[in-house]
Design a protein around this ligand. Structure first.
Ligand SMILES: *Cc1c(COP(=O)(O)O)cnc(C)c1O
Length: 427
């Protein structure tokens, strides 16, 4: 059916473990052969056979403006003309840092890195250095990149010392990570009652976008804020995905809660590799060379990345109304999908916040990882492949959020719903 992709994948597997540079791309969950993409424009991807897809991955988050936005492309071209990297301070780094500090209320200072993984890893080192404590509290199903202490999964029981979820992570490191179910306020209270004075920080996705798209229950984030303040622990919002996507001020602005530290990535690089962590002046001054906590990066603040990121944020600021439009597009897509599923009598539900959404073959949206695991996986996989065949590219996993961009228009949404009608019918 897809000979070029099959050939390309076989070739890739000879030289790259699993044929991919990041595991979900390999279609391991849904089965079949991943599509090799050649180029993209606006809301569409085009594969190496010339087939077009409406793109709901958006490079896993960065492409909020759609692919090849003219302002971003122009900024990158201009930056490239001046040289690729200098390893010295540049004015454009300050410009992007200033922009983010102006937009995000809790951020007084920010440090650029090259990935979201580095951002969360460094934010945690800073929280530990600042508080002189070791334990980090995280939530099952939240993903904060692949650094050792954050790559832990749930054990049984309400509160467990986390077990490493990958070989190669020493149990002694995983033991410093406390793990709780997302949205479980009582568990957080118990945990603080027991370990409060040892907890350096709590790291949380304020909207969980790495176990599909789970919204925080009312009071959950407020409780985290209150407990961290009470016990002098650092509250870290991991906004690598939600930052500048769910609201112009990220989830912090959407929910009106100020964390002590925040991590960013994805959108702030406009499609180039990026990460950043920022927060209050007092905590950020603890970072080298101002303070004792060490952190560095050869290509951090790279001028091409800074140009793409700054152009993206400038574009978003110039058109604040586009967030409302994005919200409406997401809403009408989800409403459309729900009513099509209902017509076929299929148990199906959705969640959505501005440009992020979740689809579930389940009668109501899940509230934590255990509930996500109860979706009808067979139906999801069949739906995914039917949509892909019809030119609709959804995330190849039931545990990833979907992304919609400002470049998605009525035509691409109609095409999606048209395909979904057939896909639901065939289930
Ligand atoms: C994508 C993501 C990361 C990791 O970012 P990378 O750039 O892939 O290292 C961390 N946290 C969250 C919430 C993410 O969505």
């Amino acid at each position: 059916m897809t000979p070029s992709h099959h050939r390309a994948f076989e070739q890739a597997k000879r030289y790259i473990p699993g044929g991919v540079n990041s595991p979900v791309r390999a279609f391991g969950y849904v089965g079949g052969t991943p599509r090799f993409i050649h180029q993209a424009q606006g809301a569409y991807l085009e594969d190496i056979e010339g087939k077009q897809y409406v793109d709901y991955i958006g490079s896993w988050g960065p492409m909020i403006l759609g692919h090849r936005h003219p302002a971003v492309m122009e900024a990158v071209h201009q930056a490239v003309e001046c040289g690729l990297s200098f390893g010295t301070p540049t004015e454009i780094e300050t410009a992007l840092a200033e922009k983010i500090c102006q937009l995000i209320p809790s951020v007084d200072q920010i440090r650029m890195v090259n990935s979201g993984t580095e951002a969360t890893m460094s934010a945690i080192r800073l929280a530990r250095g600042y508080t002189r404590r070791n334990k980090i509290l995280k939530f099952a199903g939240c993903y904060h990149g692949h650094s050792d202490g954050l790559l832990v999964q749930a054990g049984s029981g309400v509160l467990t010392f986390a077990h490493p979820s990958s070989p190669g992570i020493p149990a002694s490191i995983a033991a410093e990570t406390l793990l709780l179910p997302y949205n479980d306020i009582a568990a957080v209270e118990n945990c603080f009652a027991k370990y409060g004075s040892e907890i350096a920080g709590v790291i949380v996705e304020p909207i969980a976008g790495n176990m599909n798209c789970i919204l925080p229950k009312t009071g959950f984030l407020e409780k985290l804020r209150a407990l961290c303040s009470l016990h002098q622990s650092i509250l870290i919002f991991d906004e690598v995905m939600t930052g500048f996507r769910v609201h112009p001020q990220g989830a912090e602005g959407l929910y009106g809660i100020k964390p002590d530290l925040s991590t960013f990535g994805k959108i702030i690089g406009g499609g180039m590799p990026v990460g950043a962590f920022g927060g209050t002046y007092e905590i950020m001054q603890y970072l080298a060379p101002s303070g004792p906590v060490y952190q560095a990066g050869t290509l951090s603040g790279n001028p091409i990345t800074m140009a793409a990121g700054l152009a993206t944020l400038n574009e978003l600021c110039a058109h604040p109304e586009s967030y409302d439009e994005l919200k409406m597009k997401t809403h009408s897509l989800l409403q459309g999908l729900e009513s099509l599923a209902q017509k076929q009598g299929i148990a199906f539900s959705t969640t959505g916040v501005c440009g992020m959404f979740g689809l579930y073959f389940r009668d109501r949206p899940p509230e934590d990882l255990d509930e996500v695991k109860t979706i009808d996986e067979t139906r999801f996989k069949a739906f995914f492949h039917s949509m892909l065949d019809q030119g609709i590219y959804l995330a190849p996993s039931a545990f990833e959020a979907g992304f919609i961009s400002m470049a998605h228009d009525d035509q691409s949404l109609e095409k999606t719903l048209h395909a979904a009608e057939l896909a639901f019918k065939k289930l």
